[in-house]
Design a protein around this ligand. Structure first.
Ligand SMILES: [Zn+2]
Length: 481
């Protein structure tokens, strides 16, 4: 059967975390009542207002371009992209059509133990449109309302080279991109609130071919899961068309999450429709070299170099390092625990099992969590010093998570200090042996399981506080006598 190669290029839109819009002072806060964050300028009303550039928006775009390994344009210019649509009050969108802020970058993804670079063709700054709400009965009385709160919000568009080869690579790329953009704090990248949106250009070509097939543009994927499922569906749909000897129609398609399929929206625009020209109201300018240096210096250690450092310096398995560096808060937390308790693998195990379990089950972000890194370090110290057992430590940790209390306080308050005194344990073990003669007999007739049962009884007597190594040692001595 004919084999195909999948070719995917992604276009990602990200809303910047600026407080105000790109060319006016209107707020960008999410969730306000419709049309309350607008002014004559972002509504495109006639009059003499001149757009004023939002310096933060430009700074954030340059910062993102640098973090994505792009070259920065020498001259910053803006163009008008002309088209008519009900959510675009000016009749044009201001964008960087001719000279994007950054070009020629890349993002690395880790797939099946190897690293792959996905090229970033360009990153540019533009303004967002308003939002249409389609209401009423779609057949008999359809109508739409428009909310211009979003019109003019600074938006960064990131375009990849057509180097993504599968739905899984697309998902990994987006997760890495989100991680980087969150590390540099330019966007919250919330797909569910629309502050990160992704379109995918998808085509198939016969394996080994150099000529791309007809592509479709897939829109409306608003979670990592829907990106993955939407692309998988579209690849399979195109494959079936090609296997039947037919041609894929170039068009824009919409991912329907509830039905799990893609639907045709419209045949694809050609870019000449936009009649772009430089915006006469925004003069071009050269970003000063010192400013660029300042922005470059403000970029923190990014996920990839942190990953490498965690593997090399802390000797962590790549899987651990990947999870821990996935968010800046998590990586910071890990680094902070190590300043007090320098056993990286122990800390990693604890974070990846207990901590992540609690964060996930309570739907808590690490930034909202009440446990301080030094308290986790202290808890692990107390375990190593055998003040408490590992089992007790898990319970203490849950308490710390719920109340934010220090481990020492919880241990003192609840009397959880481990029993490591030989005399005390000896007495308890003697009474357990006396009370379970049949288990003692079982042990002597070669049933090793009986030993486990007896240890369990001692732990039960001490409410889990007995030092398990010591119990094992003493019990063995006594029973073998
Ligand atoms: Zn405004």
């Amino acid at each position: 059967m004919q084999e195909f190669e999948t070719v995917i290029g992604l276009e990602v839109h990200v809303e910047l975390l600026t407080k105000t819009k790109m060319f006016c002072g209107c707020s960008t806060a999410f969730g306000a009542s419709p049309n309350t964050q607008v002014c004559p300028l972002c509504l495109g009303l006639p009059g003499g207002t001149v757009p004023e550039l939002n310096r933060k928006a430009i700074e954030y775009t340059i910062k993102a371009a640098m973090a994505l390994n792009c070259s920065i344009t020498e001259e910053i210019t803006f163009d008008r992209k002309n088209y008519f649509y009900a959510d675009l009050p000016k009749g044009y969108q201001i964008s960087q059509f001719f000279y994007p802020m950054g070009t020629g970058g890349y993002v690395e993804i880790h797939l099946n133990g190897s690293t792959k670079k996905i090229g970033i063709r360009q990153i540019h700054l533009e303004e967002d449109t308003g939002k249409l709400l389609h209401l009423g009965n779609i057949i008999s009385s359809p109508y739409s309302r428009v909310d211009f709160n979003r019109a003019g919000v600074p938006l960064v568009e990131i375009v990849t080279d057509p180097e993504v080869r599968s739905a899984e690579e697309a998902r990994l790329f987006l997760q890495k991109l989100r991680s980087i953009l969150r590390y540099i704090e330019i966007s919250d990248c919330k797909m569910e609130e629309g502050s990160m949106r992704c379109d995918a250009n998808i085509s198939l070509m016969p394996l080994g071919s150099k000529e791309f097939g007809n592509k479709t543009e897939l829109k409306n994927m608003n979670s990592f899961r829907s990106v993955y499922k939407g692309i998988e569906y579209e690849v399979e749909r195109q494959r079936n068309i090609l296997l039947e000897g037919a041609e894929v129609t170039p068009q824009t398609r919409h991912w329907d999450e509830s039905k799990g399929l893609t639907k045709a929206m419209r045949s694809k625009f050609v870019s000449a429709d936009y009649r772009c020209f430089p915006d006469p109201a925004i003069p071009p300018f050269d970003p000063p070299q010192e400013w660029l240096e300042e922005i470059r210096e403000s970029i923190p250690e990014l996920p990839d170099s942190r990953f490498t450092r965690f593997v090399r310096e802390y000797e962590l398995p790549p899987y651990d390092a990947e999870v821990l560096t996935g968010s800046r808060e998590m990586a910071d937390f890990f680094d902070a625990v190590l300043t007090l308790y320098n056993e990286p693998k122990n800390v990693s195990n604890w974070i990846m099992s207990e901590f992540l379990r609690l964060l996930n089950s309570t739907n808590t972000e690490i930034s909202e969590c009440r446990i301080k890194p030094e308290d986790l370090g202290e808890l692990l110290n107390l375990m190593d010093k055998e003040v408490i057992s590992g089992k007790i430590a898990k319970g203490v940790f849950e308490e710390m998570f719920a109340s934010g209390e220090k481990p020492e306080d919880i241990i003192k308050k609840k009397g959880l200090v481990q029993i490591s005194d030989e005399n005390t344990l000896s007495k308890i073990i003697d009474s357990v042996l006396e009370g379970n003669p049949s288990s003692v007999e079982d042990f002597h007739s070669g049933k090793n399981k009986a030993m486990g049962f007896l240890v369990g009884q001692v732990m039960k007597e001490t409410k889990g506080k007995a030092n398990p190594q010591l119990v094992n040692k003493l019990l063995k001595e006594k029973i073998e006598k």
